[in-house]
Design a protein. Structure first.
Length: 301
């Protein structure tokens, strides 16, 4: 289980250093401007360079270059089919599990290509966790849902009880479930199940959390709780979210990447591409590209 040339231990050190540094360096909130003060250029924890993804012979998304800033939320937006989910799945090698999917280019995590032959995808997914569209708890108790990841990845916490409690606190669920940890997770509401899935991700002590439309199956109140939680979590983690909800992107994210799909002149196949990546405020108020403005103003898509 190693990231080479950086070994797992070295990555742990990077992560630990990173944690210490980021506690000091998480962007401050500018109350007069009503937004966080983020650097002009992301201090990248992850980056993609020249990313292209094929399903069989079909080029689904091409030429994506992006950097994901530490302690920031980056939103991926764009019309259906432009490749947002495809891109986010590349960030923790989830596309390895999709038959026919092929990834070209580089995906870096702390400067290391996660697609290098020597890198273990299980370890990648421990450090770069993922929350899906539909809450997907295991048919187990609340406690065992959280303990599952640490157990299968061989983590040896001093106290599993403490680890479970911390993860549930981290996902703002502890107070609601502390008296029923042995009950089946299926008994929770949809919003609680999604927070349980976030807690399950936190339990393996990731650095980055990927969220693929995490609120699309939830009602407005549950959605609002997840959005509040995301804003708390970004103080400790780097978050990347796919959302079809532009208000959500505008509310929670620090930076936004706008994708669209373009038809090939000869084949007619529609391939996704990145149009613009910038601070969220700029994307929604003064984008550089007309295609971005057309989309965010509702003229297209
Ligand atoms: P988005 O998330 O922006 O809606 P997707 O990443 O889901 O877009 O899809 C991008 C393109 O890739 C679409 O044309 C879609 O049909 C295609 N696609 C997605 N997943 C698969 C798959 N497993 N097999 C074949 N084509 C796929």
């Amino acid at each position: 289980m190693s990231f080479n040339p950086i070994t797992a231990t070295e990555v742990d050190q990077v992560s630990d250093n990173h944690r210490t540094v980021k506690e000091k360096q998480a962007p401050e909130f500018d109350h007069s401007a009503g937004r966080r003060l983020i650097s002009d250029v992301p201090q990248a924890v992850m980056a993609v360079e020249g990313l292209r993804v094929y399903y069989g012979a079909f080029l689904a998304v091409r030429d994506v270059d992006l950097a994901f800033g530490r302690n920031e939320i980056t939103a991926l937006i764009g019309p259906s089919g432009c490749g947002k989910s495809t891109v986010i799945r590349c960030l923790n090698r989830m596309n390895d599990l999709v038959v026919g999917a092929r990834v070209e280019g580089v995906v870096k995590y702390h400067s290391q290509n996660i697609y290098a032959h020597s890198v273990d995808p299980i370890e990648v997914r421990r450090r770069i966790g993922m929350v899906f569209q539909k809450p997907n708890p295991f048919p187990k108790s609340i406690y065992d849902n959280i303990a599952y990841g640490p157990r299968v990845t061989g983590m040896k916490p001093d106290s599993m009880d403490d680890l479970v409690e911390q993860a549930l606190h981290g996902a703002a669920l502890w107070d609601e479930v502390k008296d029923k940890l042995k009950q089946n997770a299926y008994g929770l509401s949809g919003g609680q199940q999604q927070r349980l899935c976030i807690a399950r991700t936190l339990a393996t002590e990731p650095d980055v959390i990927l969220m693929d439309e995490p609120c699309s199956a939830l009602d407005p109140i549950a959605t609002s709780r997840i959005e509040d939680l995301m804003m708390q979590l970004r103080e400790r983690f780097t978050i990347i979210i796919v959302t079809h909800n532009m208000q959500q992107a505008a509310r929670v994210s620090d930076r936004t990447a706008f994708f669209t799909a373009q038809a090939d002149d000869t084949t007619g196949n529609r391939t996704g591409l990145l149009v613009e990546f910038d601070r969220t405020e700029k994307i929604f108020t003064n984008p550089s590209e007309k295609r971005t403005e057309d989309y965010t103003s509702g003229k297209f898509g």
